[in-house]
Design a protein around this ligand. Structure first.
Ligand code: ADP
Length: 320
């Protein structure tokens, strides 16, 4: 392939910019031309496509968000609309497309691939919920943001003897809640992958209070329930002074961490290598710190992202 395209789609994630940079620089290093598709699949069907040069991706490695912008485009689920996307790519002579995004974006890349247009998926989402990779680009930065918030909330929780319920993102996955809860020393972590027992949570709070612990941090993944509803329920059962903090979209912003920049650089460059080898229809990832790639259709249909339940059990032991 001599001409490739790159787009970012779905929820943005810190680290998308270093991934775009890696795609562009790796391609130009190998004498390929690169085109940026602006605004995800919505921009693709409108033909919002521009050639990118080495300088186009200068000074973005440390910036959050995505210079190519992102969008939701529900109509891209239709085959006719996907065909328009393929026509736009063909009109620019673009032979393959790197799609940086989450599982919805992967579905779009899979659909194009099934229609004979080669795409490579790069996992970019803070949720860490993509099959075929241990980590997604953006997860580490989001974790650091959440831990920073937990640490600050802990200061005020301690001063006022309060229980805090902190609701974090992650869609249907509990990875952000689990990792940030463990790293932030949360007393209780609720994830959608495991049922919880309210009586048990109340009992743990009571036992903690008996041994003189006056504050407590409970991290709730958004995929479990709303933090506000959970706090209401807990207040009725304990009569504790309970406050809620819903962290929200701040978790999607910020300068990407070193870990995310390195991951994005490796995965972006690997995606280009695959297209150079003429291999479309792949999804790149990292497993046990080694770069891997899977058939994108197989990855989505047969693999499943699994949360690390050993970590969950460890968090219970350490928050005794
Ligand atoms: P994310 O990629 O972060 O999971 P979304 O789930 O919103 O975000 O998906 C991003 C975009 O991917 C959607 O707006 C749509 O354009 C495209 N997409 C999602 N699901 C499909 C599908 N089944 N077929 C084709 N395109 C899809």
């Amino acid at each position: 392939m001599k001409k490739i395209g790159v787009l970012t789609s779905g929820g943005d994630a810190p680290g998308m910019n270093p991934a775009i940079r890696a795609v562009v620089r790796k391609a130009i290093f190998n004498d390929m031309e690169v085109y940026g598709v602006y605004g995800g699949y919505a921009g693709l069907i409108k033909g919002d496509i521009k050639k990118l040069e080495l300088g186009s991706v200068g000074d973005i490695i440390h910036r959050g968000g995505t210079m190519l912008l992102s969008a939701r485009c529900p109509e891209f689920k239709s085959r006719e609309v996907q065909q328009i996307g393929i026509e736009q790519l063909n009109a620019h002579g673009i032979e393959g497309l790197v799609v940086i995004g989450g599982d919805g974006s992967y579905m779009g890349a899979k659909a194009l691939t099934e229609q004979g247009y080669p795409c490579v998926g790069v996992p970019g989402t803070i949720d860490n919920d993509i099959p075929g990779t241990d980590f997604t680009i953006g997860f580490d930065t989001a974790l650091n943001t959440v831990i920073d918030a937990i640490d600050k909330i802990r200061d005020t929780a301690t001063s006022h003897d309060r229980t805090f319920v902190i609701e974090v993102m992650g869609r249907n996955a509990g990875d952000i809640a689990l990792w940030a809860g463990l790293a932030g020393g949360a007393e209780t972590i609720l994830i959608p992958e495991e049922n919880y027992d309210m009586n048990n949570i109340v009992e743990r709070l009571r036992k903690g209070q008996e041994r003189g612990k006056k504050h407590s941090i409970i991290v709730v993944a958004e995929g479990v329930c709303s933090g506000v509803d959970f706090a209401k329920q807990l207040k009725e059962l304990t009569n504790n002074d309970i406050r809620v903090s819903v962290l929200g979209h701040m978790q999607r912003g910020g300068s990407p961490s070193a870990q995310d920049r390195v991951l994005a650089s490796r995965l972006g460059a690997r995606a280009v290598e695959l297209l150079m080898e003429g291999k479309g229809g792949r999804a790149v990832g990292i497993e046990n710190n080694k770069l891997v790639d899977y058939d994108i259709i197989e990855a989505l249909e047969q693999r499943k992202h699994k949360i690390d339940l050993d970590l969950f059990n460890l968090s219970k032991v350490l928050s005794i």
